[in-house]
Design a protein around this ligand. Structure first.
Ligand code: ZN
Ligand code: ZN
Length: 413
């Protein structure tokens, strides 16, 4: 079996060890800036020799929808994961969208593992682990956050800390991402798995803008890891789940539109339920403030009037009905509210002031979720086959990355 069909696309079985890294929040600005200042020698080699492009992430530009798109090769309309968090229509409860039961498509990782590929998945945050590792056969799948809890039965590996030689890092640290890469490197050396998917965390990108010392140090570390995989002969593909932007007023305060407050002023109390799909347990990153929201309206509310009024609000870039937004962004209609609201590059959406603890956001807010965070890197350390290159669409998606590394790399043919 040399190919596998997954969600309507065909992938070659990896012929060389292949490593795909999702640099959470890896905005292209970090790469361009680091390259310009000559700080990223491995990435510079990749640029000279391989692919250095940008791709479009899935909207909403959040972690779970994009990671799941990357590993399934399809958008949320197909795989079902359209947020980190949503209103479950079956229960009426607002819940994290972490559970494999919410998945509607199989992953490329699972399909290849079922054909005998040895697959390793490592993620910084545990919230992604079960989505990414679903139906892996004989694979390894663990999070850095809970590395010390890994067992052979559940994660396919134990004593991860001993393997890496580090204690489990603090969640709010750059080490959480570095742990994923260090573990990946050790496993690569020991086992040469056919396929690795390493998914990092965006803590640094939320806190450190491109060109600042915290960002420089982090990207230099990443560069060393990417260089090490390259030197060991791996095909390396790099992309991101979303970019990252400064979301502050000119005076440095978070620039927030409180949607429930706005809608209650127009419609009266209790007419609008605002869901913020950025919501996750890692509130120090973003205080549950991102640039994408969906709103459930009371059935008596005139949806088109609310859409028109919100469209006129400063700081709001996009407002669409459920049907329109699902069409525009390939989202699953049964998992969205009546309207979708997206704020602009420097604005986030909240529910109401009392729902967000801004004291966690010292140093201002950097976040994502909107259209302004859709452009991400698409980098490969090897050149592409000419015939493959010619049939590439003009706009790449981040969820094309497995197609590119498995089907497009020259030596794969
Ligand atoms: Zn993310
Ligand atoms: Zn984030």
């Amino acid at each position: 079996m040399s190919t596998v069909a997954v969600n309507g696309r065909t992938y070659n079985f990896p012929r060389r060890p292949t490593v795909v890294v999702c640099i959470d929040g890896g905005d292209p600005d970090y790469f361009d800036d680091g390259l310009r200042r000559g700080m990223l020698p491995a990435l510079q080699r990749f640029q000279e020799r391989g692919v250095w492009a940008t791709a479009q992430a899935v909207v909403p530009t959040f972690t779970n929808p994009n990671n799941v798109s990357i590993v399934t090769g399809v958008p949320p309309a197909v795989h079902g994961i359209c947020g980190n968090y949503f209103l479950d229509p079956d229960t009426g409860q607002e819940v994290m969208m972490n559970e494999p039961r919410f998945l509607r498509a199989e992953s490329i990782l699972a399909a290849l593992s079922q054909q005998g590929a040895r697959v390793v998945v490592s993620t910084a945050k545990d919230k992604l682990r079960r989505l990414l590792g679903h139906e892996l056969r004989q694979g390894i799948c663990f999070s850095a956050e809970k590395a010390h809890e890994a067992t052979l039965a559940e994660h396919g590996i134990r004593e991860v800390n001993a393997l890496v030689g580090w204690d489990t890092p603090e969640v709010y640290s750059s080490q959480l991402s570095e742990f994923v890469l260090e573990a990946g490197l050790r496993l690569y050396e020991q086992q040469q798995p056919d396929l690795m998917y390493l998914s990092l965390t965006d803590y640094i990108q939320h806190k450190h803008a491109p060109g600042t010392p915290g960002a420089d140090q982090f990207y230099q570390h990443l560069d060393r890891y990417f260089g090490a995989f390259d030197e060991m002969g791996a095909v390396v593909g790099l992309t991101a789940d979303h970019g990252m932007n400064d979301k502050n007023t000119p005076t440095g305060e978070p620039q927030i539109i409180y949607l429930r407050t706005v809608l209650e002023a127009w419609l009266g109390a209790g007419q609008a339920r605002v869901i913020l799909p950025i919501t996750d347990p890692y509130v120090v990153h973003h205080g549950a403030l991102g640039s994408f929201a969906t709103v459930y309206l009371d059935p008596h509310v005139d949806v088109s009037r609310v859409v028109a009024r919100l469209q006129a609000e400063p700081g709001i870039e996009y407002v669409g009905t459920r049907a329109r937004a699902c069409d525009d962004f390939a989202l699953p209609p049964d998992r969205l509210g009546d309207i979708v609201v997206i704020s602009d590059r420097h604005t986030v959406l909240g529910k109401a002031p009392e729902e967000h603890d801004l004291s966690l956001l010292e140093g201002g807010l950097r976040s994502h979720g909107g259209l302004a965070e859709q452009t991400v890197p698409c980098i490969v350390n090897q050149p592409l086959h000419a015939a493959y290159r010619q049939q590439l669409p003009p706009t790449l998606r981040n969820f094309d990355v497995f197609d590119i590394v498995l089907n497009g790399v020259e030596s794969a043919h």
